[in-house]
Design a protein around this ligand. Structure first.
Ligand code: ADP
Length: 254
């Protein structure tokens, strides 16, 4: 598998302060990678470096030629005040081809509807975005990313604040896009348990570093206990892996 994005001894940060140091890892063609870590650990900083919006302080971050990112922002970062329909929002994903200020052609509109079909909500095309449920909004934002024909789909906390059913459906959709369409996917999440059973590799951000490996490698008690600095149990339930912090005697007494 060829490397699409390569971090080579990259240190990332703001001003002269490094948030993450000496990162060396690759996003490969065909990857289904979860970028996981607690809030404030540096996931967004890594995303900015991947997208080229943040230059490393030292080392390098390189991208393969012709790379097109489809970026799905966090749902709560989107302004729902505008009276835009679902299909209008999806068309935004083609503005770089259409040209700002120009009217989208009927072919553009058809592509937007195809993208909506792909994520299972073509019937909602003319509904106002503001009226949709969390899961439907997320599908709209995924369709907007897909309509630009990306080779890497990046989702930022796609299941944040969702109930169990919507979360399962969205993660299922993302897995389908990877498996059925062969899309390279990078999913950012603060919740290891939510994404670990969906992705194929995990990049865990902890301690100013990134530990990357297959889900089995990262989801081991030894690896996670070392990374988190507390004893951690990994249990299996119906073939799914679940991480829990081990409760010590001290915790129970208090
Ligand atoms: P995450 O996405 O995992 O929540 P971030 O990448 O947003 O983490 O933040 C990592 C660290 O970098 C935090 O300590 C945060 O305060 C700092 N940081 C993030 N953005 C900026 C910025 N624009 N200027 C200075 N520090 C920042």
């Amino acid at each position: 598998m060829s490397a699409l994005v390569t971090f080579d001894r990259a240190s990332l940060g703001y001003g002269r302060r490094a948030v993450l140091s000496n990162l060396s890892f690759e996003i490969r063609e065909g990857d289904f990678l979860g970028l996981v870590g607690p809030n404030g650990s540096g996931k967004t900083t890594i995303l900015r470096a991947i997208l080229g919006a943040l230059q490393p302080i030292t080392g390098s971050v390189t991208r393969a030629d012709g790379l097109r990112f489809g970026y799905v922002p966090q749902r709560d970062q989107v302004d729902y005040g505008y009276p835009l329909s679902v299909v209008d929002v999806v068309l935004m994903g083609r503005y770089d081809r259409i040209g700002l200020g120009k009217r989208p052609s009927s072919a553009d509109r058809e592509l937007a509807c195809d993208a909506l079909e792909h994520v299972g909500i073509r019937d909602l095309a003319d509904r106002p975005l503001a009226n949709l449920s969390g899961g439907q909004k997320q599908r709209t934002l995924i369709a907007r990313a897909l309509v630009g024909d990306p080779n890497v789909l990046i989702l930022d906390e796609p299941t944040n604040g969702m109930d169990l059913v919507s979360m399962t459906q969205i993660l299922g959709l993302v897995r389908e896009l990877h498996e059925r369409d062969g899309l390279t996917v990078l999913m950012v999440s603060h919740a290891l348990n939510e994404v670990a059973n969906y992705v194929e590799r995990i990049a865990l951000v902890a301690d100013e570093k990134v530990h990357i490996g297959s889900t089995d490698e990262i989801m081991s008690e030894e690896t996670l206990s070392n990374m988190y600095g507390i004893p951690v149990d990994v249990s299996s339930f119906n073939g799914l892996k679940i991480v829990v912090a081990r409760r010590g005697r001290d915790t129970r007494r208090s």
